[in-house]
Design a binder for this molecule. Structure first.
Ligand SMILES: [Zn+2]
Length: 318
């Protein structure tokens, strides 16, 4: 925990030095970058086998979150991370599996005695979504501000809309860059790269195969990439038709759109190989219901990638 300038000034210099020395092994440890897969399924259906897409990066005691699928705050706590360490939120694109709990993540961090401002980054309409979230929950927020003396959360969350490639943000711990992903029919979708003192990690988000993603992932230590197994998608849709959840034409349209707007797991391997990443971590499993064994996903990616491949699972620390 860091002391504010005012708190620091109250303590004699020798005490600060002694306590800094005593804490130095811990401080060294905390500068190590930790990556945690919070949720590893993909797509709008609620899955029991895996939680919705989200990832945590922890460096220097600060928490950075990429995507906010349903249940993200609970997954953070399950991972043993502190909600009030939240510093920045990055949304790859505005599909529900990636943004449904954007506001809720911030809410739980605020309720966990968050003190510092949180910045969020993502495609438009992030700013409107932020203000409408506060509007939706104004009744509760106003009561808690009055009765529990909570600070005004509207002053603690600052959205930044991203529409082009480049540097997203940079602080003492991390530099974040992005490229435009290709995820029709969305007008803007993003892939992110985090560079810290000791590691680099890239999150594909949902995207077709692009040169920009290969460029972004060049030489990364860890490449967290979506993994879609098309025969598995087809059989999941067939089952949905049999169960009466879709008619045949709707299922055919869905298959066309699912298969045409994102990377297959074999293409994930191709991107990893072309970019020369050290480790490919499969995540955003589609189907994410456990019907296709992890090893099948890994074998598909292996067709193109010769490096280390990990089948991601919820709460896996990398
Ligand atoms: Zn998705």
């Amino acid at each position: 925990m860091s002391l504010s300038r005012r708190e620091t000034l109250k303590i004699p210099a020798g005490v600060i030095l002694a306590s800094a020395l005593a804490r130095s092994p811990v401080a060294a440890q905390s500068s190590h970058t930790k990556i945690v897969l919070l949720g590893t399924t993909g797509g709008p259906p609620l899955q029991v086998a895996r939680a919705a897409p989200s990832n945590a990066i922890v460096v220097g005691g600060a928490l950075y979150v990429v995507d906010c699928g349903n249940g993200v705050a609970r997954q953070i706590v399950q991972a043993g991370l502190r909600l009030n360490a939240l510093k920045s939120i990055f949304i790859t694109h505005h599909h529900s599996d990636h943004n449904l709990d954007y506001g809720n993540l911030f809410y739980f961090a605020w309720y966990s005695s968050l003190r510092d401002q949180v910045n969020s980054y993502g495609p438009p309409p992030l700013a409107e979504m932020t203000s409408k979230y506060f509007e939706l929950n104004a009744f509760d927020i106003d009561i808690r501000m009055r009765d529990e003396k909570k600070p005004d959360p509207r002053k603690l969350l600052v959205p930044h809309e991203m529409t082009s490639a480049g540097v997203v943000m940079q602080d003492d711990h991390v530099k974040v860059t992005c490229v435009l992903a290709d995820h029709p029919p969305l007008p803007v979708a993003l892939s992110y790269r985090f560079d810290t003192d000791d590691r680099s990690v890239v999150f594909s988000g949902d995207t077709r195969k692009t040169g920009a993603l290969i460029e972004l992932a060049k030489g990364a230590d860890v490449f967290v990439c979506e993994a879609q197994h098309l025969p598995g998608v087809r059989s999941a849709l067939d089952q949905a038709v049999q169960a009466g959840r879709f008619d045949k034409d709707t299922a055919a349209d869905l298959f066309k759109s699912i298969s045409g707007n994102a990377l297959t797991v074999e293409q994930a391997g191709e991107v990893a190989q072309a970019a020369g990443v050290k480790k490919l971590v499969l995540s955003h499993f589609v189907p994410g219901n456990g019907a296709v064994p992890d090893q099948v996903f890994v074998d598909e990616a292996r067709k193109a990638f010769s490096g280390e491949i990990i089948a991601g699972r919820d709460l896996l620390e990398l």
